[in-house]
Design a protein around this ligand. Structure first.
Ligand SMILES: [Zn+2]
Length: 78
């Protein structure tokens, strides 16, 4: 499992990293870019290889799976 840390103040995000390394980079980014602001933003969890190319396309398969599950659930309730 890899994590990507998103800045809450600007568009910055780390690359896919381990949790402790990502946290460190997020904190470093805040110290450099937003001094005096406590680190915020959000953490994106994903896979480091196939899902983590860094261009955001890793979200697409997940969305498709979620959609399929919704369709299946709707079909079962009929
Ligand atoms: Zn920032």
């Amino acid at each position: 499992m890899a994590f990507r840390y998103w800045c809450g103040e600007c568009g910055f995000r780390t690359s896919w990293l381990g949790r402790s390394e990502g946290e460190r980079q997020q904190i470093e980014h805040y110290a450099r870019r937003h001094p005096g602001t406590p680190p915020g933003g959000h953490v994106e969890a994903g896979r480091s290889r196939d899902g983590g190319c860094g261009c955001g396309c890793g979200c697409l398969p997940l969305a498709v799976v979620a959609l399929l599950l919704l369709v299946l659930a709707a079909a079962c309730h009929r």
